[in-house]
Design a protein around this ligand. Structure first.
Ligand SMILES: Nc1ncnc2c1ncn2[C@@H]1O[C@H](COP(=O)(O)OP(=O)(O)OP(=O)(O)O)[C@@H](O)[C@H]1O
Length: 584
C-alpha cells in the first residue's frame, strides 16, 4: 500500500466501523434462518441417500429424496438472493458514508492521504464491508451446520465418530496454517490492486503531461511494475489455492483411511452393518464441508480486517462540519478583513506565513505580491477558512473566521485560480456551479458576456448545453478560464479572490476582463494575486510578502518609497522608477 497511511486499527475499531451505518439485519437474519432450514434439508438428503444406498428403493424414499433436493436448490437460491441483496445494501451505505466523509475531510487530511488513495478506498476497499457482514452470518450458519452434522454422525455411529475426533487436531493445524497463508495472500492481492488503482488514476488523468514530457516509455515501465506486482499476487493466490486443495485432499484421505481401518474392525466385530463405512462417509463428508466453511469464513474475516483498515482509520479521523459555528451577521459585505498575527505552515516546524498583521479594506481592490513560494495562495486559502492559522486570527469585521460556519463563510467568497477545475457537464452547469437551485439562464449569459465567454460558448456545438468533458478537457485553457471567471461573476461574491486569474489569457483580454470585473463588482472586496505589475499598480492597497513575511503595505506611491521588493518588481518588468529612466 505505497500511498496509503498505515495506522493502528484495533479489532474494536474494526467492529465499531459496522455501527456507523444501518445494516439491513432483517435480510441477513432471514438468510440465517434459511441457512438453518437448509442444514436440515441437507441432512434429510443425506438420510434419504443412505436409505437408497441400502436398497430401500421405495416410491416414498425416491420422491422424498427428489423433493429434498428441490428444497435444497430453492433454499440455496433464496439464501444467495437475501445475502446478495443485503450485501449490496451494505456496500451502498458504507460507500455513501465514506463519500460524505471524504468531502468533509479537513484539507490537510485530503493532502496527507492523497486523492488517488482516497479514490481507491472508495472504489475498492469499501466493498469488503459487505463481505464481513455476510461472512459473519455465514459463519453462524456453518457452525450450526457443523455441530448438527457432528451430532447426526455421532448418532449414526458413536465409536467411529470418536475416532474422527482424533483427526480434529490435524484439521485445526492444517487449516490454521493454510488460513494464515490465505490471509497474507488476500492482503497482498488487495495491496497490489490499490497500488494499481492509485498509479493508473494518477497517470491516466495526467496523460497529457506524460506525452508532453515524452515520458511514455518510462511511465509504461512504471505501470508494468504495478501490473507485475498484481501478477505476482495472483500467482501467489493460485499457489495458495493449490496448497489448500492439496491439504484438503490429504486430510480427506487420512479421514478415509481412519474410517476404513476402524470401520472394517467394527464390521468384523459385528458392531456395524457392511454398508456402514459408506453411510458414515456421507455424514463425515458433510462435517468436513462445514469445517472448511467455518475456517474459510474466519480467514476471509481476517483478510477484510486488513482491507478495511484504511477506510476504518479514515472514518475515525477528523471531520469538518460545514454547518458548525456561528452564522455570519447580515451585511457581511461591508466588513474589512483583518489579519492579527497570523502564522501558518503546512508541515509542523516549517512555517509558510509568519506573524502577518494587516487589514484588507472592504469594497476596494487589494493586490498581493511576492516571490514564488512566498505564501500568497496560502493566504487566500486561510481567508476562506480552508486551512486554519497555527496562531493568530483572521476577522471578517467583528467575526473571527475560525468561529464562523464554514459553509456560510465560503459562500461569501468567489475564487478564481490560474487553473480552475471544471466538472463534466454543460457549460451552463459549470457557470452556475454554486447555485443550490436551478441555473438562471439570464444570469448565466450575463456572467458569460462579462467574462468575454458568451461568443465562443455560442459557437460550441450545443451552446450553453455543450458538455465540457472531464475536468473541462474539451475546452482550451483560456476558454476554461473565462468560464471560471463567469462562474465567479454569476455568484457575485462579497469577496472575490483572483489568484493569477489572468495567467492563461492574453494580456489584452486579461486587462479587459479585470477592468470589467472591477466595474461589475464595484463596492465588493477584490483581492488579486498577480505577478503582472500593470494589474497591481492600480490597486487601492498593495501587500508585499517576502518569504512569508509582511514587507510592506500601501498604495503604489507609498510602496515606491517604502518597499525595495516592490521597486525591484517594477524594475524587472521595465517600469520607470521616479528619477530613473524606463528600461523599455
Ligand atoms: N498543500 C501543500 N502542502 C505542503 N506545502 C505546500 C502546499 N501548498 C503550498 N506549499 C508550500 O507553501 C509555500 C507557499 O506556497 P504558495 O502556493 O502559497 O506560494 P505562492 O506565493 O502562491 O507561490 P507562487 O507565486 O509560485 O504561486 C511553498 O513553499 C509551497 O511549497
Amino acid at each position: 500500500m505505497k500511498n496509503k497511511q498505515k495506522a493502528k486499527f484495533s479489532f474494536g475499531a474494526y467492529l465499531s466501523f459496522f455501527t456507523r451505518f444501518p445494516i439491513p439485519w432483517w435480510l441477513f437474519l432471514l438468510s440465517l434462518l434459511l441457512g438453518f432450514a437448509n442444514t436440515e434439508v441437507v441432512l434429510a438428503v443425506s438420510n434419504y441417500l443412505i436409505r437408497i444406498n441400502k436398497g430401500e428403493l421405495y416410491n416414498g424414499v425416491i420422491i422424498g429424496y427428489a423433493l429434498m433436493n428441490v428444497f435444497n436448490a430453492l433454499l440455496s437460491m433464496l439464501i444467495n438472493l437475501t445475502g446478495g441483496y443485503g450485501s449490496a445494501l451494505v456496500t451502498l451505505r458504507a460507500r455513501k458514508l465514506l463519500w460524505r466523509k471524504i468531502l468533509h475531510l479537513p484539507m490537510r487530511e485530503v493532502e496527507r492521504r492523497q486523492p488517488s488513495a482516497l479514490i481507491s478506498g472508495l472504489v475498492n476497499d469499501i466493498t469488503q464491508a459487505s463481505l464481513v457482514v455476510q461472512m459473519a452470518f455465514n459463519t453462524i450458519v456453518s457452525l450450526y451446520s457443523f455441530f448438527r452434522c457432528c451430532w447426526e454422525m455421532y448418532r449414526f455411529d458413536g465409536t467411529l465418530s470418536l475416532y474422527m475426533l482424533l483427526l480434529l487436531p490435524i484439521a485445526v493445524l492444517v487449516f490454521a496454517l493454510v488460513g494464515h497463508l490465505q490471509y497474507q495472500m488476500m492482503l497482498r492481492r488487495y495491496d497490489s490492486l490499490n497500488v494499481m488503482t492509485t498509479f493508473f488514476s494518477e497517470h491516466i488523468s495526467a496523460a497529457k503531461h506524460v506525452k508532453a514530457q515524452a515520458m511514455e516509455d518510462l511511465e509504461v515501465t512504471e505501470g508494468l511494475k504495478a501490473i507485475d506486482s498484481r501478477y505476482k499476487a495472483d500467482l501467489y493466490y493460485a499457489f495458495m489455492v493449490a496448497v489448500q486443495m492439496l491439504s484438503n485432499s490429504l486430510y480427506n484421505t487420512i479421514g478415509t483411511i481412519v474410517i476404513a481401518l476402524c470401520g472394517s474392525d467394527l464390521i468384523r466385530q459385528g458392531k456395524m452393518p457392511e454398508t456402514g463405512i459408506n453411510d458414515f462417509s456421507t455424514y463425515k463428508g458433510r462435517v468436513d464441508q462445514y469445517t472448511a466453511e467455518v475456517l474459510t469464513h474466519y480467514q476471509t474475516l481476517k483478510g477484510t480486517q486488513g482491507a478495511l483498515q484504511y477506510v476504518g482509520v479514515l472514518l475515525d479521523g477528523p471531520e469538518e462540519d460545514p454547518q458548525a459555528g456561528d452564522p455570519l451577521p447580515d451585511k457581511q459585505t461591508a466588513q474589512d478583513i483583518r489579519l492579527e498575527r497570523v502564522s501558518f505552515g503546512y508541515i509542523p516546524q516549517q512555517p509558510v506565513l509568519h506573524d502577518l498583521s494587516f487589514t484588507i479594506p472592504h469594497g476596494k481592490v487589494t493586490a498581493i505580491i511576492g516571490n514564488n513560494g512566498s505564501g500568497k495562495s496560502t493566504l487566500l486559502k486561510l481567508l476562506q477558512g480552508i486551512y486554519a492559522p497555527d496562531s493568530g486570527r483572521i476577522w471578517l469585521g467583528s467575526t473571527p473566521v475560525d468561529e464562523s460556519k464554514p459553509c456560510e463563510l465560503r459562500r461569501q467568497f468567489g475564487y478564481i485560480l490560474q487553473n480552475n477545475p471544471l466538472f463534466s457537464g454543460s457549460v451552463r452547469d459549470n457557470i452556475a456551479y454554486g447555485e443550490t437551485g436551478s441555473a438562471d439562464q439570464r444570469r448565466v449569459e450575463q456572467a458569460a458576456r462579462l467574462a468575454d465567454a458568451d461568443s465562443f460558448i455560442r459557437q460550441l456545438p450545443n451552446g450553453y448545453d455543450t458538455d465540457v468533458g472531464a475536468a473541462g478537457a474539451l475546452l482550451s485553457g483560456g476558454q476554461r478560464q473565462r468560464i471560471a471567471i463567469a462562474r465567479a461573476l454569476y455568484i457575485r461574491p462579497a469577496y472575490l479572490l483572483m489568484d493569477e486569474a489572468g495567467a492563461s489569457l492574453d494580456h489584452r483580454s486579461d486587462a479587459a476582463i479585470f477592468r470589467t470585473v472591477r466595474e461589475e463588482l464595484k463596492g465588493h472586496t477584490i483581492i488579486v494575486v498577480a505577478h503582472d505589475m500593470r494589474t497591481v499598480m492600480d490597486a487601492d492597497l498593495i501587500v508585499v510578502l517576502n518569504h512569508g513575511e509582511l514587507e510592506a503595505t500601501g498604495t503604489h506611491d507609498e510602496l515606491l518609497a517604502a518597499s525595495p521588493t516592490y521597486r525591484d518588481y517594477l524594475k524587472k518588468q521595465g517600469f520607470a522608477l521616479p528619477g530613473e529612466e524606463a528600461a523599455k
